[in-house]
Design a binder for this molecule. Structure first.
Ligand code: GTP
Ligand code: MG
Length: 197
């Protein structure tokens, strides 16, 4: 699939105000600074579409982008970064969970994890919660340009091992780099395959 147009539609702190026009949605979620906004810009060939920052906690609202006038990519605030004030963290979590639980057209959630890190309890617990609640998701290992191929493959294996403690099989996963464009085709193809609207 080619993305021929990507337009910012709206930012919301109130889930009730998100678009209600029945279009399919694909959302990007994960810890602050993992690279959600950068990945959205990479996928859409649009450098300034989603705001990025070296400082965690940049995305604070639910942002809808209309793709090819047909479906939405959704950029969500990050969860679980220690440097964000506690009440801000709680606000983000509430926003994220109410988004996930209230969007009937959410086709898939992409859960981003930094490929350099060991499996983090927050991410593993979050995936378990998604499983229990029947929310379809796939994993994206981000920032692959920061590791050697060898180390990357070791880290992905370690992640798989951890998840197999609670999952019968490894959920679908992708490896990406917002700087090199790695993973773009696979991620867009997976969206294309599930988007029948
Ligand atoms: P919040 O909105 O704060 O939750 O963060 P985010 O997950 O949207 O991360 P963002 O895209 O703002 O990126 C955070 C930092 O990581 C920025 O400095 C990016 O340039 C950098 N970054 C993101 N993706 C990649 C990548 O694939 N490779 C490299 N080398 N850096 C990346
Ligand atoms: Mg962001």
């Amino acid at each position: 699939m080619n993305i021929t147009s990507a337009k910012f539609v709206m930012s919301n702190s109130d889930i009730k105000k998100c678009p209600i026009d029945n279009k399919a949605e694909y959302a990007f979620i994960g810890r602050s600074n993992v690279g959600k906004s950068s990945l959205i810009n990479m996928l859409t060939n649009h450098k300034g579409l989603a705001k990025i920052s070296t400082k965690p906690g940049k995305t604070q609202l639910v942002n809808h982008f209309l793709i090819n006038d047909q479906w939405y990519l959704v950029d969500l605030p990050g969860y679980g970064f220690a440097k964000v004030a506690k009440n801000t963290k709680q606000r983000f979590s509430k926003l994220i969970f109410s988004f996930i639980e209230s969007r009937p057209n959410l086709i898939n959630l992409f859960v981003l994890v930094d490929c350099r890190h060991e499996p983090q309890t927050k991410d593993v617990d979050f995936m378990e919660w998604l499983g229990v609640n029947g929310i379809p998701f796939s994993i994206i290992f981000t920032k692959a340009d920061k590791l050697s191929k060898q180390k990357l493959s070791e880290n992905v294996k370690a992640y798989e091992k951890e998840l197999l403690n609670s999952w019968e099989e490894m959920p679908p996963f992708f490896i990406s780099s917002a700087s090199s464009g790695l993973g773009k085709e696979e991620i867009l193809n997976s969206i294309d395959e599930t988007n029948k609207t």
